[in-house]
Design a protein around this ligand. Sequence first.
Ligand code: DC
Length: 211
Amino acid sequence: MKKIIITIDGPAASGKGRIAEYISKRWNLKHLDSGILYRIIAYNILKKDINIDSIKDIHKFIISDTKLSYRKFKKLRSEQISKIASKIAVFKFVRNHVNNFQREFVKKNLKNNGFVIDGRDIGSVVFKNADLKLYIDVNEKNRAKRRYKQLIDNGEKSIYHEILKEIKLRDKKDKLRKYSPLVKPYGSHMINNNKSFENTINQINKLIKKI
Ligand code: DC
């Protein structure tokens, strides 16, 4: 039987992760979080004390980074890592590194599993031929409120207005970057995630049932 690929794109703190996890459980698909890969690279850059203002040093690290893998841990969600991840995600060589990893991973496992993959360029660049493409839409204030709560729940100090400012800045970076900017992918379905989670998943389940 053909294994399906569902892509989920959307801005920072739009709820892509929670939605992807829900779809993964409900429809028995493997969940791939592409943001985690950028965050792992950011974490390793920080750990190895690499100068984040030097493209040359980052490039050298990327070439040597043969062991990119999924390893989720709490620290990856900190604001410090978010900032570095956002900074390095603009480089084409970083994006190629992450994209190659994702494509290889899916190719290797697609016989056994379908996938739900979330990020900023998944339906527009990485898996253009996905069976279903979703774009998650939520206004900035709702996103800032949710991110704020997430950080407080993780035990971090946080100020709502600072988070809102960061989200606006990150949106700008994601949408204006030269390589793979955040766009609504061609052929994708816009999902309104401003209301309840139940409302959101109802919209999505209707679409999945059609494929
Ligand atoms: O979704 P997230 O906040 O975990 O993503 C972390 C960073 O990685 C964020 O700055 C955007 C970037 N990213 C990206 O450029 N492309 C992706 N497909 C996923 C994430």
